[in-house]
Design a protein around this ligand. Structure first.
Ligand code: HEM
Ligand SMILES: *[C@@H]1O[C@H](CO)[C@@H](O)[C@H](O)[C@H]1NC(C)=O
Ligand SMILES: *[C@@H]1O[C@H](CO)[C@@H](O)[C@H](O)[C@H]1NC(C)=O
Length: 461
């Protein structure tokens, strides 16, 4: 009896202790979470968020863009969202987007470190690097791209040549239905490949087709729930199976391809006659040997080359596939484009950049394809570099900034038929009309090459 009471008492005691211990831990975690989630007084408003999880489950599922649209209506053009430890603010509307990307550019030029990018690129390369490293890599890449023909006739000729190959490949299908997806990707990719690797790849090259599929796959995988979960809870997801693991193995395969290309270049490398981006980079590396703070090292060579290969392939290919789709859906628009091509270019020569100003209709169609295709809907994320004020709100250093290009491209106040493909958006009295609310390439310091930027670069590094 006594023994029984004794063991009961000790069991209760253990239970009590365990419970208070657990309670203590939970209270402590909430406290830590609360402190981490404390934001400045004037922080942009946002929906109520769960401890630890933030808004993940509000947004993590189907139709999340509609939920978000409601939030923007309710809270305004600066909307705060929490994902675990990650604080994000979405920016909507042309005035605020310009404020962030152009006027206050210097406060928003950094990229946030996300766990996936950190693991794959270790924050090296062109797209995700920051600070001195970004400046050095970007300057070098721009100069080298220019030396190999960017903004010059040589690149245009290369594009014309590749277009010729693509047309031949399409003719080989003899008018039968076929999926043009990877022929287009291959043609587009060959342009950047001829600069980075010094070669183009045949459309029948099975190994290269595999790589193009990997590029496509990583683009799709990064938007899956698995990868979003990895970016919020990397310490758990690391150990779990799922599509995020496929993403990592795909990136690894792509890096191995680039590394093999680099090894191949090293074997017959002549520092006095750089053939392409890799050769030039190898020469630049020799100038920095022994300098531990320089960003010109092998890891950055791999990451910058992979960034060019990726960004130079997926964006343009996806846009061209949207163009085919819209021209198929709207045969009357297709006919007008064809008529303009026949009139200005004719059938005996290839089109060139000089033709653009004489082809307002085709130009408008291309712009409308980009508006509707809207292939980078929330832009590439930025990060607040120093505590900043925008529209009266405090944005502390480290906040992730997502500029909503979709809201801009579909703004009913800006476009006559925001949800419908309509080249007239870019036309006025038959002339091409530029539109301010059209920012598929974003704006500011990080955007596509500007003429002025090219002029300021040294002709040789
Ligand atoms: C239809 C074609 C393209 C679109 C819509 C597009 C769009 C974009 C956007 C929205 C950004 C983010 C800019 C920002 O943070 O504000 C970007 C960055 C970038 N793009 Fe493109 N792009 C296209 C083609 C290309 C091509 C062909 C290349 C390859 C040479 C390329 C290389 C890059 C690089 C390296 C960056 C990072 C720049 C930096 O952070 O300094 N893009 N692009
Ligand atoms: C961006 O704008 C679109 C269109 O208004 C909306 O559907 C979407 O939810 C917005 N996304 C964010 C993150 O604000
Ligand atoms: C080493 O590299 C850093 C960063 O590129 C540069 O600022 C510095 O001048 C270099 N040092 C030498 C000795 O070249």
């Amino acid at each position: 009896m006594l023994a029984l009471l004794g063991s009961l008492a000790s069991a209760l005691w253990v239970e009590f202790h365990l419970r208070s211990l657990l309670l203590g831990v939970v209270v402590f975690l909430f406290f830590v979470d609360f402190r981490k989630r404390r934001r400045p007084k004037n922080y942009p408003p946002g929906p109520w968020s769960l401890p630890f999880l933030g808004n993940f489950f509000v947004l993590g599922f189907e139709e999340s863009h509609l939920v978000l649209q409601k939030f923007v209506k309710k809270y305004g053009n600066l909307l705060s969202l929490e994902f675990g430890d990650l604080h994000a603010v979405t920016v909507s509307g042309l005035p605020l987007i310009k404020e962030v990307l152009a006027n206050q550019d210097q406060n928003f030029v950094n990229r946030p470190k996300t766990p996936i990018r950190e693991r794959v690129f270790k924050n090296h390369g062109l797209i995700m690097s920051n600070g001195q490293e970004w400046k050095e890599q970007r300057r070098f890449a721009l100069t080298t791209l220019r030396n190999f023909g960017l903004g010059k006739k040589r690149l245009e000729e290369r594009i014309q040549e590749e277009a010729h190959h693509l047309i031949e490949a399409i003719e080989e299908e003899k008018g039968q239905p076929f999926d043009p997806h990877f022929k287009i990707n291959n043609a587009v990719s060959n342009i950047i490949c001829s600069i980075t690797f010094g070669e183009r790849f045949e459309y029948q090259d099975g190994q290269f087709q595999e790589l193009l599929k990997l590029l496509d796959e990583v683009t799709c995988l990064e938007t899956t729930k698995w990868c979003q979960l990895y970016d919020v809870f990397p310490w758990i997801m690391k150990f779990l199976p799922g599509l995020h693991q496929k993403l990592f193995s795909d990136w690894e395969k792509l890096k191995i391809f680039v590394s093999r290309m680099i090894e191949k270049h090293k074997r017959d490398w002549n520092p006095d006659e750089p053939r392409d981006f890799i050769d030039s980079y190898l020469r630049e590396m020799t100038k920095h040997t022994g300098n531990a703070t320089s960003s010109f090292h092998e890891e950055n060579l791999v990451c910058s080359t992979l960034d060019l290969f990726f960004a130079g392939t997926e964006t343009t290919s996806t846009t061209l596939r949207w163009a085919l789709l819209y021209l198929a859906i709207y045969p009357e628009i297709q006919e007008k484009v064809q008529a303009e091509i026949d009139r200005v270019v004719g059938q005996s020569r290839q089109p060139s950049l000089n033709d653009r100003e004489h082809m307002p209709y085709t130009n408008a169609v291309i712009h409308e394809v980009q508006r509707m295709g809207n292939i980078i809907p929330l832009n590439v994320p930025r990060e607040v570099m120093f505590d900043t004020t925008v529209a009266g709100y405090q944005l502390p250093k480290g906040t992730m900034i997502l500029t909503n290009l979709t809201a801009l491209h579909r703004d009913p106040a800006e476009w006559a038929t925001p949800e419908t493909f309509n080249p007239e958006h870019f036309l006025e009295n038959g002339q091409f009309k530029k539109r301010e609310a059209f920012l598929p390439f974003s704006i500011g310091k990080k955007t596509e090459v500007q003429e002025e930027e090219l002029k300021k670069l040294p002709t040789k590094l």
